[in-house]
Write a protein that binds this ligand. Structure first.
Ligand SMILES: [Cu+2]
Length: 164
C-alpha cells in the first residue's frame, strides 16, 4: 500500500504543477485511485462534485450570498481548449461593480490546475471578462470565482465535465 502511494505521489510530483504540499499530494493520490477518464457526465465518486450544465445565464451563489452569472463563453459549448468567459457579479439581481475577482480552474480528480492563471478585467459596470480559462484536459474541472466587493467576499464554484 505504501509502495503504491509512493508511486502515485511520485507521478503527481512529475505530472502536476500545483505546487502543493505532501499532505495534499497524498489526498490527490488517493483521489486518483479508481478514477476512469472515460466516466464523463457522471458525478465523481470521490469528490461528490456534480457537474453543472453549461448554458449562458447559468448562475450560482456562494455561501456569502454573492452570485456569479456566466453570460457567454468563447468557444460555446465548452470544449477541451482555452476559453474567454463573460460574467456578472450579483447581489440579488443588482450588478456589483469594482469587485476584485480571481478565477481558478482546477481538476479535483487529478490535483492540478491550469497552466496559466486567468486574467480578469471589468468590461462594464458589474460585467467582467476572464481569460484564458484553460480547460486543457478531459475530465471534471471546477472553476472557483473568489470575489471581494467592498466589504463583501465570497467564493462561487462551478464544475464542468470536459470531453473533447
Ligand atoms: Cu487533469
Amino acid at each position: 500500500m505504501r509502495g503504491r502511494w509512493m508511486v502515485l505521489a511520485g507521478l503527481c510530483l512529475v505530472g502536476c504543477d500545483d505546487g502543493e504540499t505532501g499532505a495534499a499530494d497524498m489526498a490527490h493520490a488517493h483521489a486518483d485511485q479508481g478514477h476512469t477518464p472515460g466516466d464523463l457526465g457522471a458525478a465523481d465518486g470521490h469528490t461528490g462534485i456534480q457537474g453543472d450544465t453549461w448554458a449562458p445565464g447559468l448562475t450560482k451563489m456562494g455561501a456569502g450570498g454573492l452570485r456569479v452569472r456566466l453570460l457567454a463563453s468563447d468557444p460555446d459549448p465548452l470544449t477541451r481548449t482555452q476559453h474567454t468567459w463573460d460574467f456578472a457579479v450579483l447581489e440579488g439581481d443588482a450588478e456589483l461593480a469594482e469587485c476584485d475577482v480571481t478565477v481558478t480552474p482546477f481538476m479535483p480528480d487529478h490535483g492540478h490546475g491550469a497552466n496559466t492563471a486567468p486574467t480578469v478585467t471589468e468590461t462594464g459596470v458589474g460585467a467582467y471578462r476572464a481569460a484564458p480559462i484553460d480547460l486543457f484536459m478531459r475530465g471534471l474541472w471546477t472553476v472557483d470565482f473568489d470575489l471581494t466587493c467592498g466589504a463583501r467576499s465570497d467564493t462561487v464554484q462551478f464544475a464542468f465535465w470536459i470531453e473533447d
